[in-house]
Ligand binder design. Structure first.
Ligand SMILES: [Ca+2]
Ligand SMILES: [Ca+2]
Length: 408
């Protein structure tokens, strides 16, 4: 009995220390786990904060780029003409400048000094930040087809059909069908044209939807319109745009041979005369086609058709109001892009506003003040639409592959 009790007492004590040991080991394991979780949490927190900071930085850099681009557009000191030798076009495209000065720094030179100095070149000083300004009025505005004036609208149909023919999109019947489908999609009524499609046709599909019955808001919307497949959209994309008006004209300083030739009122035989006319933009002394040269552009367009008909009336100008500002920010593996549709109010509008306030103002000093007031009040650059994207990589590589295909 005695030895058994003794053994039992010892084993009791051993058990107790064993339990204590297990508790200590468990506690250490628990602490280690907690520490690991806390370190992980801390790590995630740091990542989260870093990501937030990078996103905020990118956003602010893009905002700055957009404001800068808007300012370059606003400060255009040649309101009579807009062409691709001006600062707004060279902004973000330093490769176009044959500058002896290799430091590549950006300078917004006051207009008085511009003649003797190099035009604006750009290096934002931060790798991975870029931006460009493009004229949208070198392209044909598809929303012109929504114009209520029958004669004007029929001219716009002709332009789009000509353009599609030049781009080798389908046969004659297919092109007519595409144009009619597009018009039915954007016209406000729900009555099908002779061969067009309206909501009734789209509702009967496996995945039913309605026709927009309003102007296009993006080129991507074309995918919903019967007949417009990816290949057709890809072919059209470099030559067409979507503006919030139905009477946009073409700027002959920034347009392409394809678009300018399409202004012909008859079937196009050969684009050589338009090619030759636009080729003058490559001359060293070229300072933009002036208003008076619209007649020459017209003659070039007359030359492209067999019928030698005058071009579709009132479709050419030498200035632009609608531009696209694109910015791209890449910080580490984070990218952020914006694409903005901007309207630069014509100088004529501002001049009229100033003249009106002048006539109302009376005394010359008051009118001077009114004029200055009108100029500073009128916001010359309005952002009508801005797309944001963190997937610019895909978008840009897609664009590049498209232009590669276009060039080939
Ligand atoms: Ca200009
Ligand atoms: Ca409709």
């Amino acid at each position: 009995m005695m030895p058994r009790r003794k053994v039992s007492r010892w084993s009791n004590s051993q058990r107790q220390s064993g339990v204590v040991l297990i508790i200590v080991v468990l506690a250490i394991a628990l602490m280690a786990t907690l520490m690991a979780v806390m370190v992980e949490d801390q790590h995630l927190f740091v990542r989260k904060v870093t990501n937030q900071r990078t996103a905020e930085q990118s956003f602010q850099l893009a905002e700055g780029m957009n404001a800068w681009a808007a300012r370059v557009l606003r400060d255009d000191d040649n309101p009579a003409v807009d062409y691709e030798g001006e600062d707004w076009y060279l902004f973000g495209r330093p490769e176009l400048l044959e500058s002896e000065d290799d430091d590549g720094s950006f300078s917004l030179t006051p207009s008085s000094q511009k003649e003797e100095e190099e035009p604006a070149t750009i290096d934002f000083g931060i790798d991975g930040v870029s931006g460009t300004i493009s004229d949208l009025q070198g392209k044909f505005n598809l929303n012109n087809l929504a114009n209520a004036n029958q004669q004007f609208a029929s001219g716009q149909r002709r332009i789009l059909q000509n353009l599609m023919e030049l781009l080798e999109i389908g046969e004659f019947d297919e092109r007519s069908q595409l144009v009619e489908n597009l018009i039915d999609w954007i016209d406000e009524n729900n009555t099908s044209r002779s061969i067009g499609l309206e909501s009734g046709d789209y509702r009967s599909r496996d995945l039913p939807y309605q026709a927009a019955d309003q102007k296009l808001t993006s080129l991507g919307e074309l995918r919903f319109i019967d007949g417009f497949n990816d290949e057709i959209i890809r072919k059209l994309k470099p030559y067409v745009t979507v503006l919030p008006v139905d009477n946009a004209r073409i700027n002959i300083n920034t347009t392409s041979t394809e678009v300018l030739s399409s202004l012909s009122a008859a079937t196009i035989a050969d684009t050589a005369s338009v090619d030759a006319f636009l080729g003058r933009r490559m001359l060293d002394e070229f300072m933009g086609f002036q208003q008076a040269q619209i007649n020459e552009a017209g003659n070039a367009v007359i030359g492209v058709s067999v019928a030698r008909q005058p071009p579709i009336p009132d479709m050419m100008q030498v200035t632009s109001q609608y531009f696209e500002i694109q910015t791209r920010v890449e910080l580490g593996d984070f990218s952020y892009c914006t694409k903005s549709l901007v309207l630069r109010a014509g100088r004529a509008v501002q001049a009229n506003a100033a003249a009106q306030s002048q006539s109302a103002g009376g005394a010359s000093q008051a009118s001077g003040q009114a004029q200055a007031q009108a100029a500073s009040d009128a916001p010359p650059i309005s952002v009508l639409n801005r797309e944001h994207s963190s997937f610019c990589e895909e978008a840009n590589s897609q664009l590049e592959s498209e232009s590669d295909e276009d060039n080939s």
